[in-house]
Design a protein around this ligand. Structure first.
Ligand code: GAR
Length: 192
């Protein structure tokens, strides 16, 4: 992970595809004096992402581009990131895979939050898999993004106990509330 230290906050873009609870949490974190980041852009691959409402609520620029043609979408995003002087990207429930070329351009400056204890359960349906396998522990991971899916260096992880009563939905809720603590802690670790 490349360190981007300085007096000014690091201008960050958050990429989302859905509800955006991690986005909202990161925005709140960014407003704390000691936070190393400011949020300058919200990107979504779909106009349906509920998290886009935080653009209006917190007065942050938003941009939507479909990944049906991911090459064109990535080109547009890269231009915008440059225009907005974005230095760092947080993926927060972003459900598209970025190309190797895109990741290379932001080498070491993209992080992701994943709802499992990586390297276990890369990809989708992590909570279903954990329950089906009768795991005792689930959790979440913040990691740096490399060209290989969910495989970059682990920055921080948080474990969550799975109870016998847990369903994929109840487990997702428990893990998500830990994600909201983990993501800011991981960002502090990266930059401080
Ligand atoms: C979070 O649980 C996040 O870890 C997961 O999607 C959810 C988004 O919630 N991300 C992935 O599965 C990425 N592969 P949010 O939109 O409320 O932040």
């Amino acid at each position: 992970m490349v360190k981007l230290t300085g007096l000014k906050k690091i201008k960050t873009a958050v990429f989302i595809s859905g509800a955006g609870s991690n986005l909202k949490n990161l925005i709140k974190f960014s407003k704390i004096k000691k936070s190393p980041i400011s949020i300058g852009l919200i990107f979504s691959n779909t106009p349906k992402a509920k998290g886009l409402r935080y653009s209006n609520q917190f007065n942050i620029k938003k941009y939507v581009a479909s990944f049906k043609n991911s090459k064109i979408a990535e080109e547009k995003i890269l231009n915008l990131l440059k225009k907005e002087s974005i230095e760092f990207i947080c993926l927060a429930g972003f459900m598209k895979i970025l190309s190797k070329g895109f990741i290379k351009k932001f080498n070491g400056k993209i992080v992701n939050i994943h709802p499992s204890l990586l390297p276990k359960y890369k990809g989708l349906d992590t909570h279903i898999k954990a329950i089906q396998n009768k795991d005792k522990l689930a959790g979440c991971t913040v990691h740096s993004v490399t060209a290989k899916l969910d495989s970059g260096k682990i920055i921080l992880q948080k474990k969550v106990k799975i109870s016998k009563k847990d369903t994929p939905a109840s487990l997702a809720k428990k893990v998500l509330s830990q994600e909201h603590k983990l993501y800011p802690a991981a960002i502090k670790r990266i930059f401080n």
